[in-house]
Design a protein around this ligand. Structure first.
Ligand code: KMH
Ligand code: ZN
Length: 304
């Protein structure tokens, strides 16, 4: 079995600051949390930016530059920049920094969903910032837009910048969208597929959901043509990670996707979540990939 690649998703856009005091918000906090997660065993860090003054999701180039620069000073971890941004951004805003920063990886979302966040509302008693309540409430009626036109834009972008995509699959139809792009010659294997499970609006995080997605990807692309990783959004994070470790997949954890280290207990850092995966991998006799080993598994060449 391949060594286990752990990705740490440091801050995201779906977790609002009022949900947890441990969410990194400023460029300095995001970078130091990423460096700490890498030291704990993450080979990849998935990066979003936020406005430092209030944590609002941002596509600002200078904020991304500061985060990447700070990480690069201290770590050789693979940096994966989001192109998902937040549901309020246009595809142009979401992808603007990729040709400038030329990261080793970027996310590539393969379908439009109603990425609903309103179920987080009851967990918040007092809101730290004005924007948060509205942002969560409005998500009920908001589409995370990833159309075929957007896919074409992203396919061009990853080709031009030689960026390895993390292919985000929120439901089975998204695998068929990927297959369509292959048939049109817009993208070609080997792929790194990320099953994103447990988002309200996409597939849930039950064991049979993961085996189904994995089987479907194998049927469509052939087992030698893709590596895969799983994101269990919310409560399913650790359970799905355990399945992936056992099945030969890879794992993404982090405060972007889940804020709890165990039932009712907030994770104090991204590193704490990564350490839990390292412990599970040790128990299941799966070795952890270093960033360079992950580069070799994922076919990332000549980039840092
Ligand atoms: N927030 C995750 C569920 C992206 O950044 O492109 C999905 C994600 C999307 O990471
Ligand atoms: Zn993300």
């Amino acid at each position: 079995m391949q060594k286990l690649i752990i990705t740490a998703a440091i801050t995201g856009a779906a977790t609002v600051p009022s949900l947890t005091p441990y969410l990194p918000v400023t460029p300095e906090e995001i970078a130091s949390s990423a460096i700490e997660a890498a030291s704990a065993g993450a080979a990849i860090v998935h990066i979003h930016a936020r406005r430092p003054e209030d944590g609002f999701p941002s596509s600002d180039q200078t904020i991304f530059e500061e985060i990447v620069h700070r990480i690069r000073e201290k770590s050789d971890v693979i940096i994966c920049i989001t192109t998902g941004g937040s549901t309020l951004m246009t595809i142009e805003e979401r992808t603007a920094v990729i040709p400038i920063l030329r990261p080793e990886m970027c996310s590539f979302n393969l379908g439009s969903i109603n990425f609903a966040l309103h179920k987080s509302l009851p967990a918040i008693r007092t809101f730290k910032y004005d924007w948060e309540k509205d942002y969560l409430e409005k998500s009920k009626d908001f589409i995370f837009k990833n159309t075929f036109k957007d896919f074409e834009h992203l396919c061009r972008l990853i080709k031009e910048t030689n960026t390895r995509p993390e292919l985000e699959i929120y439901d089975v139809g998204h695998l068929y969208n990927l297959d369509y792009l292959v048939s049109e010659g817009l993208i070609s294997p080997p792929f790194h597929i990320q099953f994103v499970m447990g988002v309200l609006g996409g597939i849930r995080g039950n064991p049979e959901d993961l085996t189904f997605l994995h089987t479907k990807a194998t049927v469509l692309f052939g087992s030698d043509n893709f590596t895969w990783s799983v994101i269990g959004v919310g409560a399913s994070e650790i359970n799905l990670s355990t399945m992936a470790i056992h099945m030969g997949g890879h794992v993404r954890v982090g405060l972007e996707d889940n804020i709890y280290i165990k039932k009712g207990v907030l994770a104090k850092s991204n590193a704490e979540l990564v350490r839990k995966i390292v412990d599970l991998a040790n128990m299941l006799s799966r070795d952890i990939a270093t960033p360079d080993e992950a580069r070799s598994i994922l076919g990332i060449q000549n980039k840092l």
